[in-house]
Design a protein around this ligand. Structure first.
Ligand code: GDP
Ligand code: MG
Length: 212
């Protein structure tokens, strides 16, 4: 474990995206703190957690961003019940124009571009028991490719692999989609800690290869 004052060679920002309730926050909790909770609260706004690991003898700080801000209905702005103050606290200096833009979606766009800015990796998450969350993946990919770095490393993640009896998306379908779109692919269980480490390790190692 790297402690305070330890030298960090690289900081890599990685974003988590995908429909609400697919398990993004629990995947992050598993990776950052080795924790899991079944009554996970919906994420409000944007937050990130970090974990430092060693890749090829270098100290790499992974800064993993998690959000609910992107989980709006398509073509709707971020939740209106969150005041602009909340967003200013969560994203200092990023959203000073929120009220002026309130009615033409600028708030949503401001959050989106701040979220993706500087991201070198992404976990694109669906729930293997929710077909709709997989059917939405092309749209998430489009949004990601429209906002992020050209070389962004993307891992398609089918979460909740512990719920095999409720499976609604076959491994083959997902694998085929990932190959077609040039994405890495893994099925994970945040609950059972299956492949979560592997997913982040793969993305971070690939980022390392590109950027070191
Ligand atoms: P988010 O909205 O994408 O951040 O989803 P959450 O991380 O809040 O998870 C939504 C719900 O799914 C919560 O009740 C979690 O406990 C549950 N969940 C998350 N990951 C898993 C998993 O791997 N297996 C199972 N069975 N449930 C999970
Ligand atoms: Mg969440």
């Amino acid at each position: 474990m790297a402690g305070a004052g330890d030298k960090v060679d690289y900081v890599f920002k990685v974003v988590l995206i995908g429909d609400s309730a697919v398990g993004k926050s629990q995947i992050l909790a598993r990776f950052a703190r080795n924790e899991f909770s079944l009554d996970s609260k919906a994420t409000i706004g944007v937050e990130f957690q970090t974990r430092t690991l060693v890749i090829e003898h270098k100290s790499v700080k992974a800064q993993i961003w998690d959000t609910a801000g992107q989980e709006r209905q398509r073509h709707h702005a971020i939740p209106y019940h969150l005041s602009s103050e909340t967003y200013r606290v969560l994203l200092p200096n990023k959203l000073t124009t929120s009220h002026a833009c309130y009615f033409n979606n600028c708030r949503y766009r401001a959050v989106t571009s701040a979220y993706y800015r500087g991201a070198l990796g992404a976990l694109l998450v669906y729930d293997i028991t929710k077909r709709q969350s997989f059917d939405h993946i092309p749209r998430w990919l489009e949004e990601l490719r429209g906002h992020a770095d050209k070389n962004i490393v993307i891992m398609l993640v089918g979460n909740k692999s512990d719920l095999e009896e409720e499976r609604a998306v076959s491994t083959e379908d997902a694998k085929e989609f990932a190959e077609k779109e040039n994405l890495f692919f893994l099925e994970t269980s945040a609950m059972q800690a299956t492949n979560v480490e592997n997913a982040f390790q793969t993305v971070l190692t690939e980022i390392f290869k590109i950027h070191s």
